[in-house]
Design a protein around this ligand. Structure first.
Ligand code: ADP
Ligand code: MG
Length: 545
């Protein structure tokens, strides 16, 4: 017998385990999905290693997942013949959290009080620990695919530390035994386990057996014909690839042979996870070549700003041994990126036309990503700009128009696209900036977010029309012809008044002068600096005047 080493979990994991063990759950059966998904990941990785021609342990062992509930012992085992783990892997993968997003997730859970959404555990790279929802002890044996690797046993009761020891004569892969808690004995029943596997893991691309009965039908949905796939299958597949529980908001299933061979199935989730403060999302595209997973969460296959999209891109033309480094400067990847992104943007545009309500929901959740793209992604800017939506002085509250709508209803003689930034519709409409536009019956786009000004600054124009902030000083809007006759005070008086006001306001303004754009208000603050957030000005006025 070899020595047993005991090690402490990293602080964040201790914190997480504490939550997992002590929370009340509605959906704790998800633990099974997490463990099966890990088994599938490990199998995918092994298949990839096989294809790159490396030497592997037990090379004839078939890739499959075997689940064995034991109603007498109240245990449940999940075994795979995937890549397995070395001792270092064990310590690194099951003892520490490296990813900052996962740490942030644990932090949020810890602060969430009674309302802990432990369901999200799989999406934050800590799914393994969900085993402790149902088990008071987890024992795992594993042997890496590497020919010289030894086997190990890992055990923990989830209360602060774990042990590792050597174990002889293990086959390649990982074998996890859960010692079920008393209130979780139901998971030792074959029927329960079969039901859960069918529900959550029907798309695992390897055979899943429960007590030697095969439960899933292995299929690569994205290579099928659209009319052979039901909505239900799409939804289940989304849940599988995105590790998600929600229904997808949108789905795009697209195949083409030219200019490049592609089978792709993309989903937009029902909500924007970044909104909840979990930090920046990981990209969510798995890259396949003829149904073989080449890279999970592939980084360069879609632009950064599409990181909210989940799904699969499969292309026959991808080399199997493409590495992260070659991904970055591969012309093929760049081409795939362009084709899929353009196709996806076209799909969104069609959605906007054919399913406006759905698109509106999409916009309210994900507009921030499109704005990021419009500002930063020069390649796709033209296509993204078509999708931008705003309220305006001529829409009702909550009613949105595109820049195209705006341009199509510009007044005769109007050359520019006007916008004004403010925290709310009400505040914008109370200010003096719109007066001159109302007077001329010009439409003004309302922008409510700081990023909008930045986006408009970057895109500069739409259909050849400059975008210009309504609070910029160089607006040449007013007909000065008949202004002369209406003068109520002399030039001299006006000068004296301006000098006096400048003295009173001092350094708060750079200049005071006559305005020709006002209709009802006595004064207006304008900016030299191009676009200017009205909110800041309102604050300044409240504080200083
Ligand atoms: P994630 O799967 O998102 O990485 P998990 O908490 O589910 O997060 O698993 C953590 C890590 O543990 C995995 O990334 C993997 O390296 C390792 N692991 C878990 N289960 C297995 C398994 N059955 N075979 C090999 N490695 C595994
Ligand atoms: Mg996992």
């Amino acid at each position: 017998m070899s020595q047993i080493e005991t090690k402490e979990f990293q602080t964040e994991i201790r914190q997480l385990l504490d939550i997992v063990i002590n929370s009340l759950y509605t959906d704790r059966e998800i633990f099974l999905r997490e463990l099966v998904s890990n088994a599938a990941d490990a199998s995918e990785k092994l298949r990839y290693i096989q294809l790159t021609g490396q030497e592997i342990q037990d090379k004839d062992l078939p890739l499959e997942i075997r689940i064995t509930p034991d109603e007498n012992a109240f245990t449940l085992t999940i075994a795979d013949s995937g890549m397995g783990m070395t001792k270092d892997d064990l310590i690194e993968n099951l003892g520490t959290i490296a990813h900052s997003g996962s740490k942030a997730f644990v932090q949020r859970l810890a602060e969430a009080g009674d309302n802990k959404d432990v369901n999200l555990i799989g999406q934050f790279g800590v799914g393994f620990y969900s085993a402790f929802m149902v088990a008071d002890k987890v024992a795992l044996t594993t042997r890496s695919y590497q020919p010289e690797a030894l086997g190990y046993r890992w055990e923990s009761d989830g209360r602060g530390d774990y042990s590792i020891s050597e174990e002889e004569d293990l086959p390649r892969g990982t074998h996890i035994t859960l010692y079920l808690k008393e209130d979780a004995h139901d998971f030792a029943k074959a029927d329960t386990v079969k039901r859960i596997i069918k529900q959550y893991s029907s798309f695992v691309p390897y055979p899943v057996f429960v007590n030697d009965e095969k439960i899933n039908t292995v299929q690569a949905l994205w290579t099928k014909n659209k009319n052979e796939v039901s909505e239900e299958e799409y939804t289940e597949f989304y849940k599988y690839v995105a590790n998600a529980f929600d229904e997808p908001l949108l789905k795009m299933h697209f195949s083409s042979d030219a200019p490049i061979n592609i089978n792709t199935l993309l989903f937009v989730p029902s909500s924007n996870m970044e909104k909840f403060g979990f930090g920046r999302m990981d990209t969510g595209i798995n890259l396949y070549c003829k149904k073989v997973l080449i890279q999970e969460k592939a980084k360069d296959i879609l632009p950064e700003w599409l990181r909210f999209v989940r799904g699969v891109i499969d292309s026959e033309e991808l080399p199997l041994n493409i590495s992260r480094e070659t991904m970055q400067d591969s012309a093929l990847v760049a081409k795939l990126n362009k084709v899929v992104t353009s196709r996806f943007l076209k799909f969104l545009d069609e959605q906007a036309k054919n399913e406006p309500e759905k698109f509106k929901t999409f916009w309210s959740e994900f507009s921030i990503f499109l704005k990021e793209g419009a500002a930063n992604d020069f390649t796709h800017r033209q296509e993204i700009m078509k999708l931008l939506r705003y309220e305006s002085s001529k829409t009702g509250e909550g009613e949105l128009i595109s820049l195209g709508d705006y341009v199509s209803r510009m007044k005769e003689g109007q050359e520019l696209i006007y916008f004004i930034n403010g925290p709310t519709r009400e505040i914008i409409e109370k200010g003096p900036y719109l007066e001159v536009f109302k007077d001329k019956d010009y439409e003004v786009i309302y922008t409510y977010e700081g990023i909008d000004d930045y986006v408009f600054d970057m895109i500069r124009e739409y259909e050849g029309k400059r975008l210009i902030s309504a609070d910029q000083e160089d607006l040449k809007l007013v007909d000065t012809d008949n202004a002369e006759g209406d003068k109520l005070i002399s030039e001299e008086e006006l000068n004296e008044f301006s000098v006096w006001l400048k003295e009173v306001l001092g350094a708060k303004v750079t200049e005071v002068r006559e305005s020709k754009r006002l209709v009802d208000s006595p004064a207006i603050i304008l900016s030299h600096y191009g676009t200017h957030s009205m909110q800041r000005m309102m604050q300044m006025m409240n504080r200083d005047l």
